[in-house]
Design a protein around this ligand. Structure first.
Ligand code: ADP
Ligand code: F6P
Length: 483
């Protein structure tokens, strides 16, 4: 069976989530996360088809077109799939394993069976919608087996795979009881993309370690240099899969579409500053509420700076916007409790009735409103323990083309490779976060020109390497690799 779409993206989630009100009214709202933020403009540009789960268990809506001309093709998941595939194998096995064991992964055979089954169902839906010879782009850790399944069922397709999260060192990955099946699944693609060259290196090392059991003829990878301008050129490798096909592997740092942030609205930003009581310094955190993001650590650093008098409560305000995420999982619940307890304690100690020092929002905001917060913030605080890229850091930088603002950034965020002019910190070390925060706050007085130069350099990097360039260079390499 085949459909008539020449370009198909398949991801765990559709770009919109379905919700049903008490009276039965159904509404669609934007899905959380960087994958959706990055791919939505790409799909609109290519008028493609997006295959994915509608965000709620046991719902089977009909396919429909978005206003931007993208065909959304829902894949239903049952409540049991949601538990074992999404909450279980994807987010309690792969997520912690790929984020360097910040919490301990669970290896459950029953979850693996469901993961494999759900991957087969996603592949079957792609089979229905993809035209003969179509380009299919598989996304992220929830669908690691899909390239291999499609290679068997639809050898006519050109298949790409992109991982939106880090790829761990081979010694960690080898813990996974199903490591060979996963590697074999990935090698079904013509091109496998990661954010960073270090993740590519980890993957190549892993492939060479599990090559024996896989029965592949994998040797030393040849260097592959794809032609292009310096901005689009990508260096990666070619490896040989067990069926003799050549598979490209490369680093493609994902980015943002500055246009989706909307136009600057100075009046709205000024109004926000007034609502906060005109503090001298506004610090900002924007994250999914995930234990990888280091939200508690940044609160503790802020608290210690207030306690020592390095920051005065009448001068500094921290705004933390946290999108609800994976809320039934234990580590997510614990993280939320710890964050909210810290917010309460800090406000109880340093706030006044009219002036909390931490403003905390546990909700998603429209992009335009988020843009006002980005413009407002003097210091953006991004402190993940591990993050594949981190688009929030890039969105902030894109809102400060005038050289204003400062970025405190974890050295374990993928974005640190490109945004090395940020105030880098080690999020495992509260003193390091404190130093970076104070360096940023004091920098405005002590070295304003150098601060502006740092922001301008990062702005130029982000705007010259936007999501269009990311998608274009991946798709170019994919066509080349699929030949
Ligand atoms: P992740 O993919 O792990 O969630 P990223 O930083 O790469 O992390 O991407 C997060 C995306 O979600 C960004 O595009 C950001 O604008 C968006 N986002 C984060 N928090 C919120 C929020 N509270 N409301 C709306 N969008 C948010
Ligand atoms: O960017 C990482 C990522 O896990 C995406 O795969 C995902 O779409 C997003 O964050 C949000 O997570 P979830 O889909 O589990 O809500």
């Amino acid at each position: 069976m085949s459909g008539d779409n020449d370009f198909v993206v398949v991801a765990n989630r559709l770009p919109v989530d379905l919700s049903t009100a008490a009276d039965g009214t159904q509404t669609w709202s934007p899905s959380p996360g960087g994958l959706v933020a990055a791919l939505s403009p790409v799909l609109e540009k290519h008028s493609g088809c997006w295959v994915g789960w509608p965000g709620v268990a046991d719902a089977a809506p009909e396919p429909f077109h978005t206003e931007g001309g993208v065909l959304l093709h829902p894949v239903p998941l049952t409540a049991a799939d949601y538990e074992a595939f999404y909450e279980g194998f994807s987010n309690a096995t792969l997520w912690p394993l790929f984020h360097d064991l910040i919490v301990t992964p669970h290896y459950e055979r029953a979850w693996w069976e469901v993961y494999r089954d759900v991957n087969e169902r996603f592949a079957a839906e792609v089979d229905k919608v993809a035209a003969p010879g179509a380009t299919v782009w598989v996304q992220d850790y929830q669908l690691l087996l899909v390239p291999g399944i499609l290679r068997q069922t639809r050898p006519d397709l050109t298949i790409g795979f992109f991982l939106h999260i880090p790829f761990p060192g081979a010694d960690l990955f080898r813990q996974l009881p199903w490591r060979e099946e996963i590697v074999r699944g990935l090698l079904g693609a013509d091109l496998i993309g990661f954010h960073l060259e270090s993740y590519v290196a980890n993957f190549l090392e892993l492939v060479s370690q599990v090559a024996g059991p896989l029965g592949s003829r994998i040797g030393q990878p040849d260097t592959l240099i794809v032609e292009g301008t310096p901005a689009t050129r990508r260096v990666g490798a070619r490896i040989t899969a067990s069926d003799g096909r050549s598979v490209g592997v490369g680093a493609f740092p994902i980015s943002i579409d500055p246009a989706t942030l909307g136009a600057a609205d100075d009046a709205a930003v000024e109004k926000l500053r007034a609502e906060l009581g005109h503090p001298a310094t506004v610090l900002l955190g924007v994250d999914r509420l995930d234990y990888t993001k280091g939200i508690l650590q940044r609160l503790l650093a802020f608290e210690e700076l207030l306690a020592s008098g390095s920051l005065a409560p009448e001068d500094a305000v921290l705004v933390q916007i946290a999108t609800p995420s994976r809320e039934r999982l234990e580590h997510y619940r614990r993280t939320r409790s710890a964050v909210e307890e810290a917010v309460g304690r800090i406000n109880g100690t340093f706030g006044t009735i009219s002036r909390p020092v931490v403003h905390y929002f546990h909700r998603s905001l429209p992009k335009q409103q988020l843009q006002h917060y980005y413009r407002l913030a003097d210091v953006m605080v991004v402190t993940p323990f591990k993050d594949g890229m981190n688009l929030v850091a890039k969105e902030y930088v894109a809102c400060h083309g005038d050289g204003s603002g400062a970025l405190v950034l974890s050295e374990f965020a993928g974005a640190g490779v490109e945004l090395h002019q940020a105030h880098l910190c080690n999020p495992f070390d509260i003193d390091s976060i404190k130093r970076a925060l104070l360096g940023a706050v004091r920098g405005f007085q002590w070295e304003p020109e150098a601060m502006a130069e740092r922001m301008t350099a990062m702005y130029e990097q982000v705007t010259a390497h936007d999501v269009d360039l990311w998608a274009g260079s991946f798709l170019d390499c994919m066509r080349e690799a699929g030949r």
